[in-house]
Design a protein around this ligand. Structure first.
Ligand code: ZN
Length: 44
Protein backbone atom coordinates (compact mmCIF):
# COMPACT_ATOMS: atom_id res chain seq x y z
CA UNK A 1 0.00 0.00 0.00
CA UNK A 2 1.01 3.62 -0.36
CA UNK A 3 2.42 5.66 2.45
CA UNK A 4 -0.33 8.33 2.62
CA UNK A 5 2.12 11.05 3.68
CA UNK A 6 4.89 10.84 1.06
CA UNK A 7 3.26 8.53 -1.51
CA UNK A 8 5.99 5.92 -1.41
CA UNK A 9 5.03 2.28 -1.97
CA UNK A 10 5.39 0.35 1.32
CA UNK A 11 4.89 -3.40 1.55
CA UNK A 12 6.29 -4.19 4.99
CA UNK A 13 6.73 -1.70 7.76
CA UNK A 14 6.88 -1.59 11.54
CA UNK A 15 5.25 1.85 11.33
CA UNK A 16 1.50 1.41 11.29
CA UNK A 17 -1.45 3.46 12.39
CA UNK A 18 -5.06 2.37 12.48
CA UNK A 19 -7.33 5.30 11.81
CA UNK A 20 -11.11 5.06 11.46
CA UNK A 21 -10.91 1.31 11.07
CA UNK A 22 -8.22 1.30 8.36
CA UNK A 23 -4.56 0.47 8.81
CA UNK A 24 -1.99 2.70 7.15
CA UNK A 25 1.66 1.84 6.64
CA UNK A 26 4.49 4.34 6.68
CA UNK A 27 8.03 4.25 5.30
CA UNK A 28 9.51 6.00 8.32
CA UNK A 29 8.75 7.19 11.85
CA UNK A 30 8.68 10.75 10.48
CA UNK A 31 5.85 9.99 8.11
CA UNK A 32 3.99 8.16 10.87
CA UNK A 33 4.40 11.11 13.26
CA UNK A 34 3.20 13.50 10.57
CA UNK A 35 0.11 11.37 9.92
CA UNK A 36 -0.69 11.19 13.64
CA UNK A 37 -0.53 14.98 13.89
CA UNK A 38 -2.98 15.61 11.07
CA UNK A 39 -4.60 12.37 9.88
CA UNK A 40 -7.51 14.25 8.32
CA UNK A 41 -5.06 15.84 5.86
CA UNK A 42 -4.07 12.46 4.47
CA UNK A 43 -7.31 10.48 4.49
CA UNK A 44 -10.09 11.21 2.05
ZN1 ZN B 1 6.81 8.12 3.85
Amino acid sequence: MKDPVCGEEVTQSPYKVTYKGKTYLFCSPMCMAEFKKRPENYVK
